[in-house]
Design a protein around this ligand. Structure first.
Ligand SMILES: O=P(O)(O)OC[C@H]1O[C@](O)(CO)[C@@H](O)[C@@H]1O
Length: 244
């Protein structure tokens, strides 16, 4: 794993965005895996800014999001569909039909998981996956204990994840109890992974990922066995890492 430490969140976002943009220039039909949550929003802002200033085009890019809440309509401001439109898709020239997110309102959710997994494979897989990390080590919505061989599946959200995400909802009660998420094996099948880690609240998780043994009890540790991972971490998130 390559670790890039930055002084600030702004620098982290700038550096990760610059690398994503250069990959799109090198491969205009990049298959780009996307994450939600607070961490990647700085990167998305810079992609939008660069699209305005330098006209980087997304006309041939396909995006694949990691996850979506179950039983939240796409029009609900708390859905990840809504989040992605607000934070990225509505501000760049990507055709909406080339943006893909699991459908948490599908009638047959098991079937939707199978469809989404197959769909990614039919597109030749993900070239570059952007990831955040939960304080409990979750990647996508794969909570501790999720099998490393899991493919896209339905997950029961842990209370700690629901609590962490309740900041976006009116109350904890409103936070969904389930989501569809790409599995660990689906994420690991990506050719390259950028993990974005920001803030003191993620310092322990990052230290455990970097120093710890690979264990299903802390899903992100699986990244130690991927061949092409870059971690972008700001100063606060790096605080508990051993000195170089
Ligand atoms: O960037 P945040 O908001 O801390 O979220 C971390 C992770 O948690 C999730 O939002 C799910 O809870 C992931 O999608 C994200 O990568």
């Amino acid at each position: 794993m390559k670790l890039i430490k930055t002084s600030t969140y702004e620098e982290l976002s700038q550096m990760a965005a610059a690398q994503i943009i250069s990959k799109i220039h090198a491969n205009p039909s990049l298959k780009l895996g996307l994450a939600t949550g607070s961490t990647p929003t700085g990167v998305y802002k810079r992609l939008i800014q660069d699209h305005g200033e330098n006209k980087t085009t997304y006309k041939q890019v396909n995006t694949f999001n990691l996850d979506e809440y179950i039983e939240i309509s796409k029009k609900d401001p708390n859905s990840y569909h809504y989040f992605m439109c607000e934070n990225l898709f509505d501000h760049i020239d990507i055709p909406l039909e080339q943006t893909h997110i699991p459908d948490g309102t599908a009638k047959d959710l098991e079937e939707e998981c199978k469809r989404y997994e197959q769909f990614i494979q039919d597109h030749g897989g993900i070239d570059l996956q952007i990831l955040g990390i939960g304080q409990n080590g979750h990647i996508g919505f794969n909570e501790p204990g999720t099998s490393f061989s899991s493919r896209t599946h339905i997950i029961n959200l842990s209370e700690s994840t629901r609590k962490a995400n309740s900041r976006f909802f009116k109350s904890l009660e409103d936070v969904p109890r389930q989501a569809i998420t790409m599995g660990i094996a689906s994420i690991m099948a990506s050719k390259e992974i950028f993990l974005l880690v920001s803030g003191a609240s993620k310092a322990e998780a990052l230290a455990r990922l970097v120093n710890g043994e690979v264990s299903e009890s802390f899903p992100a540790t699986v990244l130690n066995s991927h061949k092409n991972v870059t971690i972008f971490a700001d100063k606060e998130a790096s605080a508990l890492l051993p000195p170089p």
